[in-house]
Design a protein. Structure first.
Length: 260
């Protein structure tokens, strides 16, 4: 299977490619592109891929502009950070959608759905993008990109509840199955979200899921050191009660997130 990836965030593109290669080892990644212009040029000069993994917001505009400039004769799985209402439009008018940050199990589900559709629509183009309907539904329901990530979080302190601005959070962590946050000025609060829920709602440019116990803020990372077996040890400010280790599998992604 020939797959084309269009994603303008380098970290997300590398992560997506790695997941596709793990889930579909026999597939061929034709290219990883980052803009409307490069996508149009590639599609004009190459035969259509079997599947297109397409981000919505690209460096030079929205990927819908690709469809306006040429006919895309392959199935599409959108990768997007749009809200749940808008996502219904993608599901109805394409093969599927993947909500960022993309999880491997969700990608696996979408690829399986695509393969099943190919069997059902043998000899046909399975569920190509209905662009006109898609754009109409998105324009009616769309949430501005700036509003997609939470900027504050409700916390508990005794019988009180109040909000903390996310940029004031140094890290989130779990202890005995309860989630807490620690602020940059060393305050602790309990929150009613799992780390999985927080990972989906926090801006990935600012926060990184270090391991099963921690989500860390970029601004709180004080030091990174190489450990045995290609693992990384990170030091945060304020200093947490336990060591924070980055697995070998996530080390490259973490370095890219830091901008190394």
């Amino acid at each position: 299977m020939r797959i084309l990836i269009v994603e303008d965030e380098a970290i997300a593109a590398r992560r997506l490619r790695k997941m596709v290669e793990a889930l579909e080892p026999a597939s061929q990644i034709e290219a990883v592109l980052d803009s409307v212009a490069s996508s149009v040029e590639w599609l004009k000069t190459n035969s259509a891929p079997d599947l297109l993994l397409l981000d919505i917001e690209l460096a030079d505009g929205q990927s819908f502009e690709i469809f306006a400039q040429l006919e895309v004769s392959c199935p599409v799985i959108f990768t997007t950070a749009y809200d749940e209402h808008v996502l219904k439009a993608f599901r109805l008018n394409s093969v599927d959608y993947l909500l960022k940050p993309i999880q491997e199990k969700e990608l696996q589900r979408s690829l399986l759905k695509f393969r099943n559709m190919k069997k059902v629509f043998a000899g046909q183009d399975p569920h190509l993008v209905n662009l006109e309907t898609l754009l109409q539904e998105i324009n009616e329901q769309r949430t501005p990109a700036a509003d997609l990530y939470r900027d504050r979080i409700l916390v508990k302190q005794g019988h009180r509840m109040f909000s903390v601005i996310c940029q004031e959070v140094a890290y989130f962590f779990t202890k005995e199955k309860v989630t807490f946050l620690r602020t940059k000025d060393d305050r602790h609060y309990q929150v009613d979200f799992t780390l999985e829920e927080l990972e989906r709602s926090l801006n990935p440019k600012d926060f990184f899921r270090a391991n099963r116990q921690f989500i860390v803020n970029f601004a709180a990372v004080a030091k990174v050191s190489q450990e045995l077996n290609a693992k990384l040890k990170i030091s945060l400010h304020p200093d947490p009660e336990e060591e924070i280790m980055i697995s070998r599998e996530k080390a490259m992604e973490f370095r890219a997130w830091l901008g190394e």
